[in-house]
Every structure is written in structure tokens, then in C-alpha cells.
Design a protein around this ligand. Structure first.
Ligand code: EPZ
Length: 435
């Protein structure tokens, strides 16, 4: 398993290129398989989750590969299998998007129930309810969700609570259903809008994405096209906080500032100086961060994926902050921050953080993707050396995080254990050559 070794204390300085959004890439790669003909996707981050979803779709019969200029080609014409690989799907919850794809394309789907993860139980009951509303029969047998529909018929679907995955999955299924589907109480995340724009560029007829009512007029077919996905607002937010925690000065390039509004507001409250351009953001931090209270919420609220990196900065802030997590059960990583000297108390969905002047390096373990990022940020300011294990979790959602940080002056190195190559190396070659 790979590890990161970080010696803290260096303020980050320089320009960082923000990669494409993982949470756009995953549904859009799946959506490309709804079409007839090739799609060419740009700005796709080469992280482990992108490899996993690509391997699942290849296993179902699609052709997927990165060309030499890192554009992802998807040719779905050979996609004719409706049973997704148990081993691959269980690695990543977003794999459940293939259920919407297979139902819409083949009228049949057998997809393993995505397991829970470090964020607590993550049911898919809203997804299944939506598929049934569209006319599918759905059952759960031997750990598989089995769904079948001779024809999907548009209808009105109220989604119990704002759910990115449910909104995406039902958009996929409804795009090729007969008639009109209304998704009410839909998620408004920028990645939902990105998916809708891509589907429309393929001939779908989706209106209202970005609001809480999305109208989908089903069409008989979609055709492959070229598309460039949006930049990753969570990666951008993570680097903004990295600047705040190390007292540096960064230029974030290739970002969409309006997707970061809540993070920018909270970082400014914490004392960071932020200057927005059209597609870049300048961040400067020349004082200890100030304690700030935060409550996570669906977009445009403060993103739950930013909670963990932000808590790392509050751990060294001047004062006490209260962070309430309303989306997931995701404070397990706080135990690891405590090993570094953080003074945090967690009561149900709320963390009370008493900022300390300094953290100290320690051996810690990433429990999930964003927890891993939080530990990296804490290590960047901690006195002495921190060894972080579970780096493959960080590689799931950040493209070359350690390399980007090193280029900004961080003292960080990756140690990979020879006996186990990370999923990334294992999956890269099959995607680097055309079948
Ligand atoms: C997406 O997860 C993201 N993942 C998550 O990012 C992100 O934290 C989350 O949205 C919230 O913004 C991807 O896009 C691949 P939800 P998703 O459905 O779709 C409950 C990261 O680090 N719920 O919006 O799984 C659910 O338990 C990841 O990049 C049901 O109860 O999240 C949660 O409490 C972590 N039943 C709430 O809704 C359902 O059928 C919102 O979850 C579906 C969801």
C-alpha cells in the first residue's frame, strides 16, 4: 500500500492547475454509454474512480481508452451485458449509475448493491423508487439489485431529499424513456448541470438542471459527441484551505469561482484574502486562520466534501469553531487528527473544535477520500514528520495531489510498497491502448 511522508512548516506558494471534476466525470462516462457512436471527453481526471468506472463499462462491452493527449474515448456500441461485475462495483458507490444506464439501454440491469463506506450507510432506496416509478420491476437478490422494464415511461418523481446520485441516475434512465419525466426536489449541484448539458449535447431534452425541478423529455436515441467537463470545485476548495493552513499564497488556475461561493465565503471569514478572476482564484493567507462556524448543506450550501479539509484548518485556528455535518456520518477521521494534537469533541452530527497553536506529526490513516485530504492538510502545517497510510483512497478523487503540493513547495514524498501496486498502476495499461 502506498504511503505519504510529509514534513510540515512550509508555506505553499505558486500556481496550481485544478483538474476536471471527479463527480462530473463518473456520471458523464456512464452517460456516454447511453449513446450510439463514439464520445471524446476532455478534462477527465486520471484518478482511481475514473479507472474503476471505466473498467466496469469495459467489462459490460464498451470500449474505453485514454489517448496520448489524455482525452477519454468511449465507444458503447458493443455494450450488451446487463450484469455488472460484483468485485468492481463494490469498490465505488458511484458505480450504481450503471443501473440507470443498463435499464435505459438494455431494459435490464443487475448491479450489486453498493456497500456502505466510511461515510456511514449510503442506501439507494430513492434510486430504486425512481426506477419503479418509471415502470421497472425491482428486486434485491443475493446482493444484486435486479431491475427490468420492457419500456421506461416518463412520470412525475418526487425525490425524498436532495440527492446527487438519485438525480443523476434518474436523469440517465429518463433521458431515453417514453414521454416526459419531472424530477422534483432534484439536486442542484454543478455536476448535475454538467451531466444535463452533456446529455443535451448528445440529443437529450433536459430542462431545469440546476433548479429543484428537472424536466426530461425522453428521446429514442442519443449520439456520441465531444465534451469537456467542469473543473473540480472540491479540489479547488482543498487547495484554498491548504493555502490557509500553511500561510501561503496560491493562484488556482482553471476553476469556476461561482461553484465555490460557500467555500470562498467561509475562507474569507477565516481571514484568507481571496481575489476572483474569470477562471482563476488568487488566495493569500498571512495570519493564523480565525475560527469559523459551518453547517454543511446541499448546493449552493457549504459542501459536505469540504467539511473534512476545513476542519483540518479549524484545528489550528484562533478560537473555537462549531462544524455541523448534515449530509453524512463523516467524523471518523477526527480520531486521526487527535493523534496530531487536535482538540476536537464530536457530539452526534457536530464537531466542536478548539484551535491549537500547533499540531505535531504522527503516523495516521486515511479513512476515506476527503479524510485523507484533511490529514494531508494537517500534516502540511504540523511540526515534524507525518506518515499517512491509505493513500490509494486519496488517489480516488485527487489527481496527483502529492505531485501538485510538491510543486508548490511542500516537503512531501510518496512511498509505494513494491509488493502491492496501487489500483492506479494496475488499471492504467488496459486503458492506455485501444482494444
Ligand atoms: C455524491 O454522493 C458525491 N459522490 C459525494 O462525494 C457527495 O458527498 C454527495 O453527493 C453529496 O454532495 C459522487 O458524486 C460520486 P447523495 P451521493 O445521494 O450521490 C441519502 C466525494 O468525496 N440518500 O447526494 O451518494 C444519503 O445517505 C463523495 O467525492 C438516501 O438516503 O450522495 C445522504 O445522506 C463523497 N437514499 C443524502 O441522501 C438514497 O437513495 C445525500 O446523498 C440516496 C441518498
Amino acid at each position: 500500500m502506498a504511503k505519504l511522508l510529509i514534513r510540515g512548516g512550509t508555506p505553499l506558494k505558486g500556481t496550481v492547475n485544478i483538474s476536471g471534476a471527479k463527480n462530473s466525470a463518473l456520471p458523464i462516462i456512464v452517460a456516454a454509454c447511453l449513446a450510439d457512436g463514439e464520445s471524446v471527453l476532455e478534462n477527465i481526471p486520471q484518478g482511481i474512480d475514473v479507472y474503476t468506472i471505466s473498467m466496469i463499462l469495459k467489462d459490460l462491452g464498451a470500449q474505453i481508452w485514454f489517448d496520448e493527449s489524455k482525452r477519454l474515448h468511449v465507444i458503447p456500441d458493443g455494450l450488451d451485458r446487463y450484469q455488472a461485475s460484483y468485485d468492481l462495483v463494490r469498490r465505488m458507490r458511484a458505480s450504481f449509475y450503471v443501473a440507470g444506464l443498463l435499464l435505459a439501454r438494455l431494459g435490464r440491469a443487475e448491479v450489486p448493491l453498493p456497500g456502505g463506506c466510511a461515510l456511514g450507510s449510503r442506501p439507494v432506496d430513492y434510486h430504486l423508487k425512481g426506477f419503479q416509478a418509471l415502470g421497472a420491476t425491482v428486486s434485491i437478490e443475493h446482493g444484486y439489485v435486479k431491475a427490468e422494464a420492457s419500456e421506461l415511461v416518463g412520470t412525475k418523481i418526487y425525490i425524498n431529499r436532495s440527492s446527487v446520485g438519485t438525480t443523476m441516475n434518474l436523469m440517465l434512465a429518463a433521458s431515453r424513456a417514453k414521454g416526459t419525466t419531472l424530477l422534483e426536489n432534484a439536486a442542484k449541484e454543478p455536476e448535475v448541470v454538467d451531466l444535463a448539458i452533456y446529455l443535451n449535447s448528445m440529443g437529450a431534452r433536459i430542462r431545469g438542471a440546476g433548479t429543484d425541478i428537472i424536466r426530461v423529455d425522453g428521446v429514442d436515441s442519443l449520439k456520441g459527441t465531444e465534451y469537456s467537463i467542469i473543473s473540480d470545485r472540491i479540489e479547488a476548495g482543498t487547495f484554498m484551505v491548504a493555502c490557509g493552513i500553511t500561510g501561503g499564497e496560491l493562484l488556482l488556475a482553471n476553476v469556476v469561482p461561482e461553484h465555490l461561493r460557500s467555500t470562498i465565503m467561509k475562507c474569507e471569514e477565516a481571514g484568507l484574502e481571496i481575489e476572483e478572476g474569470i477562471s482563476e482564484i488568487k488566495v493569500r493567507a498571512n495570519q493564523r486562520p480565525l475560527a469559523v462556524d459551518v453547517e454543511t448543506a446541499p448546493y449552493p450550501g457549504f459542501a459536505t466534501d469540504m467539511q473534512q479539509p476545513f476542519v483540518a484548518m479549524m484545528a489550528v485556528a484562533d478560537g473555537t469553531s462549531v462544524i455541523r455535518e448534515t449530509i453524512f456520518d463523516r467524523f471518523r477521521y477526527v480520531d486521526e487528527l487527535r493523534r496530531m494534537g487536535a482538540d476536537i469533541k464530536v457530539e452526534r452530527d457536530t464537531a466542536i473544535i478548539r484551535g491549537v497553536p500547533e499540531l505535531t506529526g504522527a503516523p495516521v490513516e486515511a479513512t476515506d477520500l476527503r479524510a485523507g485530504a484533511a490529514l494531508v492538510l494537517a500534516a502540511l502545517t504540523a511540526k515534524g514528520e507525518t506518515e499517512i497510510s491509505g493513500v490509494e483512497l486519496i488517489d480516488r478523487g485527487y489527481e496527483h495531489l502529492d505531485k501538485k503540493l510538491r510543486q508548490l513547495g511542500a516537503d512531501i514524498e510518496r512511498i509505494s510498497d513494491d509488493c502491492e501496486e496501487s489500483l492506479m498502476e494496475h488499471l492504467t495499461p488496459p486503458l492506455m491502448e485501444r482494444l
